[in-house]
Design a protein around this ligand. Sequence first.
Ligand code: ADP
Length: 653
Amino acid sequence: MTPDPQPHATTDNDPPAAILRFLQQISDAAEPGTAPELGYAARVLVPLLGCTRHTLLPFLTKTLSSPHLLQILDTQMALQGRGIIEPYTLPLPSAKGTIVDVQVCPRDILLPDDTQVIMATLHLSPADIKQQRAVTAERDRLRSLFDRLPAFVALTAPDHSLRYVNQAFRELFGEPGNTPCYSIIKGKNTPCSVCAPFDTFDTGSLSICEWQSPTLGRCFRIYSYPFVDDDNASLVLKLGMDITQSKQIQEALALSEARYRSITDNLSVGIAVIGEDMQMTAANPLFAEWFGVPLSFGPPDETALQQFRNLFRNARRGTEHDDTENPPDNDPLTPARKTFADGKVHEQEYSCRLDGTERTFRITACPIRGASDKAGSVILLLEDVTERKRVMERLNRARRLEAMGTLAAGIAHEINQPLSALRLYTSGLELMVEQQHPVSRQTLLDRLAWILREADTIQEIIAHMRSLVLQEDAPPIGNASLNKAVERALSLVGAQLEAHGIRLDLHLAPNLPDAIANLVQLEQVVINLVVNAMHALDSIEASSPAARCIRIETRTENDTSVQLVVADNGPGLHGLETRIFDPFFTTKEAGSGMGLGLSIVHAFVESWKGEISAHSSGTGTEQRDAGSTGATFIISLRRADSTTGDADAHSDC
Ligand code: ADP
């Protein structure tokens, strides 16, 4: 039998002798009588019992004092006293309340000084080994999960030490070792005076904050949770998500929104957004100012919308009306409704009274497409066209005056001849009557016939002028002969060309198909172009008589169009080709040109869905004489006999 060394002296408060002997047997220091050093035992027992190395000794002392365990130890110590040294099992309760079966294997050890002591090794029962492996596997799985998280994780203790960090943390800030959190994360020497995650120690609840790292150039949203570690220490679990990209997107979005807002805010167009329920959800400042609606809406504002609609409804009727009484074309929301129905852009003009004046708005509805191709909402663009309409009306009036002015010279010339003849015939007759000259009945009839013929000519010219000047607002478009328009125009201005020493080079294509146009307007177009060419030629010196020349040509362009060419060998357009069609653009002296002629020509040609172009080919004198300089105007019009012609365009004008 091996003598059991005596444990150190015990007092009343000391644990029972069996416990002390057991602790001595599992301690690192084999010498009897020394305080137990539980390094080896801690490595085995701490993970199993859920206590810490520091608390293991009091935990064991307390646990083993339970009657059941104390009895086991008493029995084993008694057996060992009798020399029977055998393994036994201690069912130790863990901190979590589960029972862990620990096998104690005591054995005799011979110390260097030849004394013999009993030392014990601790083993787990097979079931507990399995459990421990499971715990380890679980822990590894959790660690690898944390390491894969696209966010940094750190367990911070109140002393600013880091008990655990994951892979993302290490990649961002490096290995923490014993470095305190403020040093590794923020590169500081002292703790931060304000630290939102640290507040969690006080509040004991979740805190969320955002932090921008100047060194990393990244922004994190940090969630801090209170956390209790295995050893019951209060820690803070920090989860830091990198939100740099979403921040950048947010900032870019805010910037782009601000940019678009400033554009819409500064546009001279009223803008409102209409939802699918036909409610207004937003408006820009100009729209709000015009119609007295709020700038931004919370829930859709029914009153604002009614206010806006009534302005237009009342403008025509003078009183308020409900839906059933209003025809749809009096409702400024009609374009929006159409856009919701077919997803296309619709526009219409509406009038209303604003601030005591009659105003006209062009309302354009544009779809804003949602996820599907359907319009999710509609943008209403309101353009105040009141002033433009007024200018157009003035322009129209000016057009007529311009046309009359252009024609006046030609008409005066044309009327002058029959008038002189009339005067001659009537004064001849008057003379005969005064001198009591016998006049035969036949002579009288002949003279009267001459007088009537000349009066008819004058009447014809006046009727022609009336038809040209007093046109309907929208003259009918139909089959019009280019050749006829040229002939009629020349009947008015041809004589002037001669008077200005200008040679006319006329090439009218025989059997030219009719164009889709308005004959009277077409004639006005030819007059404008010829008079312009005449004025241009007036400004140059010709080297020989009749060197100034205007060429008028009509021709078939292709299966679908016919062309009119008016060219001269004057000074050319000097690179002003794109500006000459602008209303009021003129290079003539004040009083001699209004700059409306070509804009009228352009408007007419456009209304017939035709095209007009202007070209210039140089200004050299030799080239001019050779007929290769000057300005050329080409008008292409749709052929009336072409299948692509306008279906409505069938009436002769
Ligand atoms: P206006 O004749 O009253 O100036 P138009 O609209 O008819 O107005 O013409 C605009 C301008 O186009 C003219 O002032 C002139 O500078 C230029 N222009 C038109 N036709 C010709 C041409 N055949 N040759 C040179 N310049 C021309």
